[in-house]
Design a protein around this ligand. Structure first.
Ligand SMILES: Cc1cc2nc3c(=O)[nH]c(=O)nc-3n(C[C@H](O)[C@H](O)[C@H](O)COP(=O)(O)OP(=O)(O)OC[C@H]3O[C@@H](n4cnc5c(N)ncnc54)[C@H](O)[C@@H]3O)c2cc1C
Length: 489
């Protein structure tokens, strides 16, 4: 099947009944629920974009098996040009959501594409499970040819944050296999967070890491993917940040609510053909390095980061132009900082592509250290960008009457007093309501939390980068200097 349209995606959601709970109620139709429908429409718009003749060449490529045009984020790039083409596609999607849907489908598409290319990794060598390699290969082709939207949940819900219990496996909350039968494996436990969960077709479950077990086999070591409607699978949503307001009042939240969920697996049966990894702790712990999936999802993240930087910088420039304080030295300094972060973000993305190499699976992989750095950088850079917006905007964030106020009895006062030297009242308010949705609303605050934590906590991220950084090069330069003879410059 060729790349899906928005309508096909929405129909798919309606056809697959799933158990989604929000505010104490079970959602009947996620495409109609006021807290979820906006996000579903936004994803549908992404699908329409890839079918739009204006974008089709940039957004799709020819499937190697069916000859259909399929989404370009499913490609396994073999050249730098293909890698860049994939980024152009991802940036088109990211810009259309202002970078506010980090979990647009390309995030998982590039991950599963990397798995598909590296499918033999999942066979696990001698004495391993060659059928799992076949499962991964088949599944990648299935999602590519059917344009499936995936959510994923990697982290076990933690009961204890005791250092010795860091992985929290034994206290009954972590997801584990509890029995096997001829059809598959039955799993039980709770995971966080499945962003996009209610409006996805399928959920992928894997882990970036797991504490070592002396026996080398663990019921907690799992990777699989199943339809969101699988019996026993329950999505529990946080409050929706789509408050049912107009696009004028709540420009981002009313459009791009991607929803985060806790996922309960109440004795969920995972068919054997959907199992990719089971029990093998070493294989699970080595999956990121062995398949390079994390470098590819960081490539998607880099495009999203750039779109976010462009939004924040553009906002800052317009806000200061509107308020007439663009010429003040401290404004220039702050905007300079936003320009620096934007430039750095773009440069890291491009450098990751320029230094890409063919990996052992024949895939052109972005340079891991460079591209993973985009994630680490953004954990602190994005909150700082938001702080700068707040410093620039000050009380203007609160001088934001609603669309209804512009039609109410105070309309004349609003039009007269809220205008600035440069801008009519309505344009000022429209701009600052958008800025507030980035810098202060519940929707905007969740974005900051997302950037701080979506790719794991800061300590884990720092360790991940340190583990892959070529440390000996840096040490060798110092040692070279120390080896210089007395009198040698
Ligand atoms: C908005 C949002 C969306 C997300 N979407 C997804 C998603 O789609 N899929 C997914 O799989 N995950 C998702 N995540 C979850 C993300 O993977 C986790 O938030 C992240 O891995 C951190 O885990 P935690 O929240 O349990 O942090 P915690 O473990 O609670 O950590 C909180 C802080 O305490 C510190 N800390 C915790 N334990 C220790 C310890 N033993 N020693 C020292 N310091 C410690 C951490 O470094 C951190 O600073 C999302 C998170 C957010 C916020």
């Amino acid at each position: 099947m060729p790349a899906r349209t928005g309508r096909q995606y929405l129909n798919g959601l309606r056809e697959q009944e799933r158990e989604v709970w929000i505010g104490g109620e079970r959602v009947k139709d996620v495409t109609k629920h006021p807290g979820l429908a906006g996000g579903a429409r936004a994803i549908a718009a992404l699908y329409d974009m890839q079918c739009d003749p204006k974008y089709r060449d940039e957004m799709t490529y020819t499937s190697p098996t069916t000859g259909d045009r399929v989404g370009l984020s499913f490609i396994n790039p073999r050249t730098r040009e293909e890698l860049e083409a994939r980024r152009v596609m991802m940036l088109n999607w990211a810009r259309s959501t202002c970078g506010m849907m980090g979990r647009s489908p390309d995030f998982m598409n590039v991950t599963l594409a990397a798995w598909g290319a590296a499918a033999d990794y999942f066979a696990g060598g001698k004495g391993g499970r060659p059928e799992f390699a076949q499962n991964v290969r088949r599944y990648y082709e299935f999602i590519r040819e059917n344009d499936i939207v995936l959510t994923h949940s990697l982290i076990n819900l933690q009961r204890s944050r005791n250092v010795t219990a860091h992985y929290n496996l034994q206290e009954g909350t972590a997801l584990q296999a509890i029995r096997e039968n001829s059809r598959g494996i039955v799993v039980r436990g709770a995971r966080v967070l499945a962003t996009l969960g209610p409006i996805s077709d399928e959920i992928a479950v894997y882990s970036p890491r797991l504490g070592q077990y002396s026996e080398g086999h663990s019921p907690f070591a799992l990777a699989f993917s199943i339809p969101c409607g699988t019996p026993g699978l329950r999505f529990l949503c946080r409050d929706s940040f789509d408050l049912g307001r107009s696009h004028f009042d709540h420009p981002l939240g009313s459009r791009f609510e991607e929803m985060d969920c806790i996922v309960f697996f109440d004795d969920v049966e995972v068919p054997w053909e959907r199992m990719f990894l089971y029990g093998d702790v070493d294989l699970l712990n080595g999956a990121a390095a062995g398949t390079h999936y994390s470098a590819h999802s960081s490539h998607q993240g880099a495009a999203k980061n750039l779109a976010k930087c462009e939004l924040v910088l553009g906002l800052a420039l317009l806000m200061t132009e509107t308020l007439g304080n663009a010429h003040l030295p401290h404004t220039e300094e702050r905007i300079g900082e936003l320009m620096l972060t934007t430039t750095l973000t773009r440069a890291l993305m491009r450098a990751g592509e320029a230094d890409a190499k063919l990996d052992e699976w024949g895939v052109m992989c972005p340079d891991p250290v460079t591209i993973e750095s985009t994630r680490n950088l953004f954990m602190t850079a994005y909150p700082r960008m938001i702080e700068i917006l707040q410093l620039l905007g000050s009380s203007s964030f609160m001088i934001t009457p609603s669309e209804a106020d512009f039609k109410g009895p105070l309309a004349a006062d609003i039009e007269q007093y809220l205008a600035t030297d440069n801008t009519a009242a309505r344009d000022r308010v429209r701009l600052f309501r958008l800025a507030w949705d980035v810098a202060g609303s519940s929707f905007g605050s969740r974005q900051v939390l997302y950037e701080r934590f979506f790719a794991s906590d800061p300590l884990t991220r720092a360790r991940a980068l340190a583990a892959m950084y070529p440390k000996s090069e840096a040490m060798e330069r110092v040692l070279d200097f120390l080896r210089r003879e007395d009198g040698q410059v």
